[in-house]
Design a protein around this ligand. Structure first.
Ligand code: GLA
Length: 723
């Protein structure tokens, strides 16, 4: 049994071949965090709790001055009874007090993982689940800490269920997903931070006294911060060292924080952001928190990423898409923006077919009076001036060319200038009497409302039921303001942020399970909502609105901490690049885009003939090796240096490829022998250009010499087949 309860020692041992996690019960009441790390054959208790009578400490048991919640390593915080560190929950009783006494009551171990009610989570597999129930007798409240351990992955998931068995309502002012106290502070903290067009910058700094926190209050997980943090040894690199990583499966406001406290421990906490949250938990009701994925690696950051990549591909994305190859697409946005007519689209489609593209995606601008971003969101009827036979007619013509057809929607949004707004001004997020703040000249629909959810489900199923749409790009291009709902009473207005996310999940669950064959691409001005919550419904994301190859090499590098390349949409776009004006070689744009999910976003009718041929060659190459790029293992070999040079490796049982991006060319180049590190040592690899046969061991340890390249932003491809 991978989860053991030792009734004598009063502890739980969650254990697989790769990790152990130990929880203790103290004084029959309190849950303590005892160990998280390398797998232990059994747990005897060598790292016993310190028993020290500390000054300023309060003692729940007056006869035991050595026992205090002020310093106990906990599995969840306590409230109002002496644990003064950051908390995982805060409950306000009907009498106004913030006080609870949750004590251990019972536990249950089962060999499955149930889906979370209304929320995305990792899917069932070879999993054992432990539910530990804590109870507050005075208010009849129950808190269940849920742990699931996967047998084949160094992964545990955690979440919390709050249950009100009393007769009075209570208010959850904070309902965190997990908390734990690690008994040390000599860690570096890693987070992924950014902005629109500059997502997933890797930040690493030593922990210091006090609280280090990242969060979002924007209504989405945001491009500013990923709902993720990792604690690593200072000596941990891409290749070696211990990593404790935490990733929240949630698409709304979140907090991820670490507190270095007075006696040398680090408290980790993740969950919904409390400042923008409150939940009225009525008698007999249950509140389920989002889930956190805990990932343990002894093989450095690449080790961490391998686990995230595998478990997200196998246990997070929709089952239909776990192993299914993704088509090469052409997206119209950077070629046409809002300005197109069916004739031009069909001319693009002809060339797309000729170059080997498989999916034609019509982006923004096809509906209502949408000739710029000033109007029509919400009016999802085709503009027949642009598309004389509508979407159905265009889709038929695209299909006749033996291309798949995809369409852009931004369902959560509404333009003030739209028929939908005229008909339903009450469907918008708003606070009475206050003006509504626009962003990109649009407002946000109130997804907490059931009628709005149903309207969106009907509208989208209407399009999908025609069978003419093979792909949907689901966009979301602004953050939330005036987060209030006309459908809820004053006492529930602080629930709206979370209710918005629950509404979104209900729509996505309904639509994606009704139409599993449709490929959904998640987008929020690029990576603005690239989080595991969205990936549960949509297997790929438009990674960034920045399509410049140099910037993309870094954005995709950062995101690869968590997501495999197949989840990252990446397009070859025109030069000079529309976001930064940079000119990069087509070969580089191609190889960087192949390091994600390959697409093209440029005007094929306006390219020199040789570039069209080169694109056709790129696509033919990609198709011949699609399983390597989409489903091979992906390893980072070299973080970007001061000249932006970087490198990574794709590897399967049959072949391997290194992509080396040179960044800025420079004269006095140092010796550079790039080690592949992760090839099979005993295997022989044949270079597909030179025919040379080399052992995996040699490529891993002696490496390949990178020649001097006298060109900015050039890229090299090294490609071997295993013989
Ligand atoms: C967002 C997306 C782009 C494009 C535009 C259309 O910015 O990220 O890819 O779809 O919207 O308005």
């Amino acid at each position: 049994m991978p989860i053991l309860f030792d009734s004598e020692k009063q502890c739980f041992h969650l254990k697989n071949d790769q990790l152990s996690y130990v929880i203790g019960i103290e004084k029959d009441k309190y849950l303590t965090h005892r160990y998280f790390g390398k797998s232990l054959p059994f747990y005897a208790g060598s790292n016993s709790l310190q028993e020290i009578d500390r000054g300023f400490a309060t003692n729940p048991d007056p006869t035991d001055r050595k026992f205090s919640l002020n310093s106990l390593p906990m599995e969840t915080s306590s409230q109002g009874t002496g644990d003064h560190r950051i908390s995982n929950y805060q409950i306000r009783s009907t009498n106004g007090a913030n006080l609870t006494n949750f004590f251990y009551r019972e536990h249950q171990i089962t060999s499955e993982k149930k889906p979370l009610n209304g929320l995305p989570s990792l899917r069932n597999g070879q999993v054992t689940t432990l539910e530990i129930s804590l109870y507050d007798e005075i208010q009849s409240l129950e808190m269940i800490l849920v742990y699931s351990l996967y047998e084949e992955y160094p992964v545990i998931t955690r979440s919390v269920r709050y249950l009100n068995h009393g007769t009075q309502s209570v208010y959850l002012e904070n309902a965190g997903s997990m908390l734990m106290d690690l008994p040390r502070t000599d860690f570096d903290l890693i987070t992924l931070n950014g902005a629109h067009t500059n997502e997933a910058n890797i930040a690493r700094q030593p922990l210091h006294s006090g609280i280090q926190k990242i969060e979002s209050s924007r209504g989405t997980s945001s491009p500013q911060h990923q709902p993720f943090l990792a604690l690593v040894e200072p000596s941990t690199t891409e290749f070696h060292g211990e990593v404790f990583a935490f990733h929240l499966i949630y698409s709304g406001n979140f907090t991820a924080q670490v507190e270095v406290e007075q006696y040398g421990s680090s408290r980790v906490q993740l969950g919904i952001q409390p400042e923008t949250f409150e939940w009225c938990l009525k008698s007999t009701e249950i509140f389920q928190t989002p889930e956190v994925v805990l990932n343990y690696s002894t093989d450095g950051l690449n080790g961490m990423s391998q686990t995230f990549h595998r478990i997200y591909q196998n246990k997070l994305v929709p089952p239909t898409w776990q192993k299914k190859q993704r088509p090469v697409l052409l997206n119209t946005w950077e070629a046409n923006y809002f300005d197109f007519h069916e004739k031009e689209l069909l001319a693009q489609a002809d060339l797309a077919k000729e170059t080997g593209i498989e999916l034609f995606v019509l982006d923004d601008g096809w509906f209502g009076q949408r000739n710029d971003d000033a109007s029509s969101l919400g009016d999802w009827q085709e503009n027949t001036e642009k598309l004389p036979q509508g979407i159905a007619g265009l889709a038929d013509k695209i299909h006749q060319k033996e291309l798949q057809f995809g369409l852009w929607f931004e369902p959560e949004m509404i333009s003030k200038n739209s028929r939908l707004f005229e008909a339903h001004p009450d469907w918008v997020l708003q606070v009475p009497a206050y003006p509504m703040t626009e962003g990109r000249r649009q407002l946000v629909l109130d997804l907490s409302r059931r009628d709005v959810q149903d309207y969106l489900i009907d509208m989208l199923s209407g399009y999908l039921a025609t069978g003419k749409i093979d792909y949907i790009k689901w966009d979301m291009n602004r953050h939330l303001t005036e987060v209030g709902s006309l459908a809820f009473p004053a006492s529930q207005q602080k629930e709206i942020h979370h209710r918005y996310v629950l509404g979104l999940y209900r729509i996505l669950e309904t639509i994606t399970s009704q139409f599993p064959a449709c490929l959904f691409e998640n987008c929020s001005s690029g990576g603005g909502r690239f989080d595991p919550g969205m990936m549960y419904y949509m297997p790929q994301t438009w990674t960034s609105d920045n399509s410049d190859a140099l910037c993309r090499s870094q954005i995709q590098y950062g995101y690869s901490y968590l997501y495999p390349p197949v989840m990252m949409g990446a397009h070859v776009s025109p030069v000079p690049n529309h976001q930064v004006g940079r000119i990069t070689p087509l070969q580089t744009r191609g190889l960087i885009a192949m390091s994600g999910n390959l697409g093209y976003e440029l005007d094929l009718t306006n390219l020199p003939a040789d570039e069209q041929t080169n694109i056709a060659e790129q696509i033919a190459f990609y198709k011949a090796h699609r399983s390597l790029f989409q489903f091979g293992r992906f390893y980072r070999l070299q973080p970007a240096n001061d000249f932006f040079a970087t490198a990574w490796l794709f590897v399967t049982e049959e072949e391997a490829a290194v992509i080396y991006f040179n960044g800025l060319a420079r004269p006095a180049v140092p010796i550079h022998q790039l080690k592949t590190r992760y090839l099979e040592e005993q295997a022989i690899y044949q270079d597909l250009t030179t025919g040379q046969k080399i052992s995996g061991a040699e490529l891993n340890h002696a490496g390949i010499t990178i020649p001097r390249i006298k060109e900015d932003f050039a890229t090299l491809l090294f490609h071997w087949k295993k013989v």
